[in-house]
Design a binder for this molecule. Structure first.
Ligand SMILES: [Zn+2]
Length: 288
């Protein structure tokens, strides 16, 4: 297992911290890779060594992991479970993330946009980062066989809140059925591309069979222990983006306290109605 993280809390304290604050720890990674990266995409790439440090810190603090689809906001007794999620299905999930997870007996959920399987991440072209590639079906089958969970990320990686009802249904339906047909596993969890959604999107997502859906948050999802979460809260669960400037100790602090990241604050701001209009006019989303 990994080295003990300096300043990490014993497992009991971790449980107490989440029960007292009523937070649900869900982390969001994108690519886990070494090598050059454009400045505007840098915050979405965690070096392999640092990712290993994160897992070591989590293990030392007593965290365990579970598939994202098992998240239940009405449940307060399963802390210190941390949910590790990975958007976009980059090849590094098979080559770097899975071996690291195996070293710590952990699991994670990878969200794959089906139109881009075994091809370049074309939605990153405006950032000059479309050389990054999405796993092929062989790799995805292998990570599922090795214990990872696969979730939906739409078909073509489009911002759902800007789509027509017809196109939205295609994205939500294809994004799930193509995964299920190719992998022969149920797919019940979804990550909104760019984190963008609204009430109508959540309604269609529910009708398409998704049970848990994730956005991008600037702090941890909060719940009130002992009370039922409101309406469709399970379809807008917040996650914290983990970037390359977060050390293992930083990660534990983040989980204990939550944090507002300026970059993610901007993404959440852009999801609001006024910014939605601006994005529609400019036909541009965020970056990942
Ligand atoms: Zn994405």
């Amino acid at each position: 297992m990994g080295t003990a993280a300096e300043g990490s809390a014993p497992a009991g304290q971790v449980v107490d911290a989440h029960e007292e604050s009523g937070t649900v720890p869900v982390l969001l990674y994108h690519d886990v890779a070494d090598g050059p990266v454009q400045d505007r995409f840098r915050r979405y790439v965690v070096p392999r060594g640092l990712f290993d440090e994160h897992l070591g810190a989590l293990a030392s603090a007593g965290y365990v992991t579970a598939p994202a689809s098992s998240l239940d906001l009405s449940e307060t007794g399963r802390r210190p479970t941390v949910y590790l999620t990975f958007d976009d299905g980059y090849r590094s999930f098979a080559s770097a993330v899975m071996p690291a997870l195996a070293r710590y007996a952990m699991t994670g959920t990878v969200f794959v946009p089906t139109a881009h399987v075994d091809g370049p991440a074309a939605w990153l072209a405006n950032l000059g980062e479309d050389h990054r590639e999405v796993m092929g079906w062989g790799e995805i089958s292998e990570v599922v066989a090795a214990g990872a969970e696969v979730g939906a990320h739409g078909h073509d990686h489009l911002p759902f809140d800007l789509l027509s009802p017809e196109r939205l249904r295609v994205e939500l339906h294809h994004g799930r059925s193509i995964l299920e047909d190719n992998l022969a596993v149920p797919v019940t969890t979804l990550a909104y591309p760019y984190g963008f959604h609204r009430r109508a999107v959540r309604t269609v997502a529910r009708s398409c069979g998704y049970r848990v859906a994730f956005e991008v948050g600037d702090n941890l999802q909060r719940i009130t222990p002992g009370s039922s979460p409101p309406g469709d809260a399970i379809l807008r669960v917040r996650r914290i983006v983990v970037g390359p400037d977060t050390s293992g100790d930083d990660l534990l602090r983040l989980l204990r306290q939550g944090r507002r990241s300026p970059a993610v604050q901007r993404a959440r701001c852009m999801a609001r109605p006024g910014w939605r209009l601006v994005r529609r006019l400019s036909s541009r989303g965020a970056s990942c």
